[in-house]
Write a protein that binds this ligand. Structure first.
Ligand code: VTB
Length: 317
């Protein structure tokens, strides 16, 4: 039977091409142009992919940025009987501001899974909690910060003052940061990029234990897919900041738009893929200029088999 992973090489091309296009804009001060270049490159690849695809959730509406629009049909087999029907959660350029400033961890990223198995919602915000496999079932957005910190420390066999909880440096997180620091937790602050921060938190080799705080919802769905493949923890709760998003969230999800979404609610199929390509160097190397060629570095998490593969490719200019 056909599987999402049958299309892996196409999805990798989509993030590779988006990363290469965005990399031209590194350090040039204009994230929107970088974003537009990534969107255009990704759409061009998707136009030729032999599937009946659809964007379940994507980034761009919230900050009026270029985007693959939510509900957009993708692929060359629209409506064709027997074609793989796949949903995509996508951010052609995650961490846009970091491309403008040439800072770490900007990536082109997507999740793919069978139709209906990725949360279909507007591009609003999401409160997130991510951590390694050890904290699955131990921490929850239903509990308060102090409880989660104690529970995570116990699960990781650490004392609370040895914990590192990464948070995005935003005014909306002032209380959260204060609470964590009052508990004697170390709080590394990041400017952008909570997908890579969650991957860090999931990894037993990093010194980050948890990710907390509010980021964008599409990246929440993408992160949930990666965490499912890694057996790590993820939960999210939508946060709306305007009436339009609230109304559309109700249209798409029913009345209970502020419910807690577990990892496997956000990505409800094990036949799922997470694919990312590095734009600026960070947890993945960024796009490299090799003279007449460019090198691009990607990772693929195949949820169906729990593998994480790192792939490098060269393209002629
Ligand atoms: C962005 C982006 C992050 O959250 O900041 C976004 O860079 C939304 O937050 O990586 P702001 O509107 O406060 O910038 C993320 O996309 C992650 O979800």
């Amino acid at each position: 039977m056909a599987k999402t992973s049958d299309l892996t090489s196409h999805f990798v091309s989509a993030t590779e091409k988006a990363a290469i296009a965005a990399s031209e804009w590194r350090g040039r001060g204009d994230g929107k142009l970088a974003d537009a270049a990534a969107v255009e490159a990704m759409r061009e690849v998707f136009d030729g992919v032999p599937f009946d695809g659809r964007v379940a959730i994507g980034e761009g509406e919230r900050d009026d940025a270029p985007m693959l629009w939510i509900g957009e049909p993708l692929g060359s087999l629209q409506g064709v009987a027997g074609a793989l029907q796949i949903d995509i959660a996508v951010d052609p350029l995650e961490c846009t501001n970091h491309v403008a400033k040439d800072l770490p961890n900007a990536i082109a990223v997507l999740a793919a899974a069978p139709r209906g198995s990725l949360l279909h919602a507007p591009d609003c915000y999401m409160d997130k909690l991510a951590g390694p496999a050890e904290v699955v079932g131990e921490v929850s957005l239903e509990a308060d910060v102090a409880y989660n910190v104690e529970a995570a420390a116990a699960a990781l066999d650490k004392s609370v003052n040895e914990l590192k909880v990464v948070v995005m440096d935003r005014d909306r997180h002032k209380e959260l940061i204060k609470t964590l620091r009052n508990l004697d937790v170390s709080v590394p602050l990041i400017g952008d990029g909570d997908v890579s921060a969650a991957l860090d938190a999931a990894s037993p080799h990093s010194d980050i234990d948890l990710l907390m705080g509010v980021g964008a919802a599409p990246e929440g769905v993408i992160t949930a897919t990666a965490m499912r493949g890694l057996g790590a923890h993820f939960e999210g709760r939508l946060v709306t900041t305007n009436e339009d998003h609230e109304r559309r969230a109700r249209d798409m999800l029913g009345d209970d738009i502020y419910r807690l979404w577990g990892r496997d609610d956000l990505c409800s199929s094990s036949d799922a893929l997470f694919v990312a390509s590095g734009v600026c160097s960070g947890y993945l190397p960024g796009v490299e200029d090799l003279g007449d060629r460019v090198a691009v570095h990607s990772e693929v998490i195949d949820v169906s088999v729990g593998t994480r593969k790192f792939i490098s490719a060269e393209y002629g200019k």
